[in-house]
Design a protein around this ligand. Structure first.
Ligand SMILES: C[S@@+](CC[C@H](N)C(=O)[O-])C[C@H]1O[C@@H](n2cnc3c(N)ncnc32)[C@H](O)[C@@H]1O
Length: 296
């Protein structure tokens, strides 16, 4: 049976799984500071790779609650600008609340695959884990590339494949014999791991009109739970995993008895990764950079 001892990739290709204007968006909004802490190393690595300069115009695609939009704004300064674009109203509301007066950031609600953008304008298209959800990624990246200045560049960070990411692999392995098997999405189905295959990423970006594509592995531990005691750190990690990501989707609509057994198994997996105050899980990402190939 597929679920015995085999970690399952998340069911990620149904719209209900990524309900960014419903439960997913609300959960991400409510856990904003924890998720930002968890994802900060990846965002910092991507910002460093993008190297935003004072005066540049940046589009932060799938900006969520705005952490990277603010980071980018600090780099481009008052003479530059950052537009955060996201499909999720709950997350954008949180993003808007976070902008201190005078910081050159604005936000727009829309589907990045087709939202109207000024042509040939941005110096940098940037994203922290916000570009893996498109149904038709070539069309989406073609649309986004048209908003890039001829000399513009693209930088994003995305996850490597599911089985290289302990933060999902270990919890899902822990529940593999407890929960029923999940419907298996194809490896390219829209979702967190859609860009794990570098050949596919190269094909998408080349087809969309990008060149000089570089894809570099970036590994980092993530703070999954943090508290004053080890026990509370494990509880915090479990609480987060039950709300966000594949485990939350695997648990959805399961009877309480199975949920309890699965939660106990995940707690044990986190305990194995806990130190005095923190549970860390390893994550594996790609940092992708490219340039606009199309001069107009
Ligand atoms: C994994 S979250 C990352 C959020 C944010 N970049 C961060 O690092 O905190 C993915 C984000 O992509 C957004 N998103 C998904 N599909 C989108 C689309 N087609 N257009 C715009 N945003 C989208 C979601 O609403 C969500 O905010």
């Amino acid at each position: 049976m597929a679920h015995q001892n085999t970690p399952q990739p998340p069911a990620s290709n149904t719209p209900a799984s990524f309900d960014w204007n419903g439960r997913s968006g609300e959960v991400w909004r409510d856990n904003q500071s924890r998720l930002d802490r968890m994802l900060a190393p990846y965002g910092a690595a991507a910002v460093a790779a993008a190297s935003p300069a004072p005066g540049e115009r940046v589009l932060d695609v799938g900006c969520g609650s705005g952490a990277t939009s603010l980071e980018l704004a600090a780099r481009v300064g008052a003479s530059g600008s950052v537009l955060g674009l996201d499909i999720s109203e709950p997350l954008l509301s949180r993003a808007r609340e976070r902008v201190p007066p005078g910081v050159p950031v604005s936000f727009a609600l829309g589907d990045a695959a087709k939202h109207a953008l000024p042509e040939g304008t941005f110096d940098l298209l940037f994203s922290r884990f916000g570009v893996m959800f498109f149904d038709d990624p070539i069309a989406a990246f073609t649309h986004l590339r048209r908003a890039l200045a001829p000399s513009g560049r693209l930088t994003f960070v995305c996850w490597r494949p599911f089985d290289q990411n302990d933060w999902v692999r270990l919890p899902m392995q822990a529940v593999a014999d407890i929960l029923p098997p999940l419907p298996l999405p194809g490896p390219h189905a829209p979702g967190p791991f859609a860009f794990g295959d570098t050949e596919r990423v190269r094909h998408i970006l080349t087809s969309a009109g990008f060149t000089d594509i570089d894809i570099t592995a970036f590994d980092s531990p993530q703070v999954y739970g943090e508290a004053d005691t080890r026990e509370d750190a494990v509880a915090a990690a479990l609480e987060l995993a039950l709300q966000v990501g594949p485990l939350s989707r695997a648990m959805a609509e399961q009877p309480p008895e199975l949920r309890e057994r699965a939660a106990a198994a995940v707690r044990a997996a986190f305990e194995a990764r806990a130190t005095d105050h923190v549970v860390t899980m390893d994550g594996a990402a790609w940092i992708v950079t490219a340039r606009n190939a199309v001069l107009r």
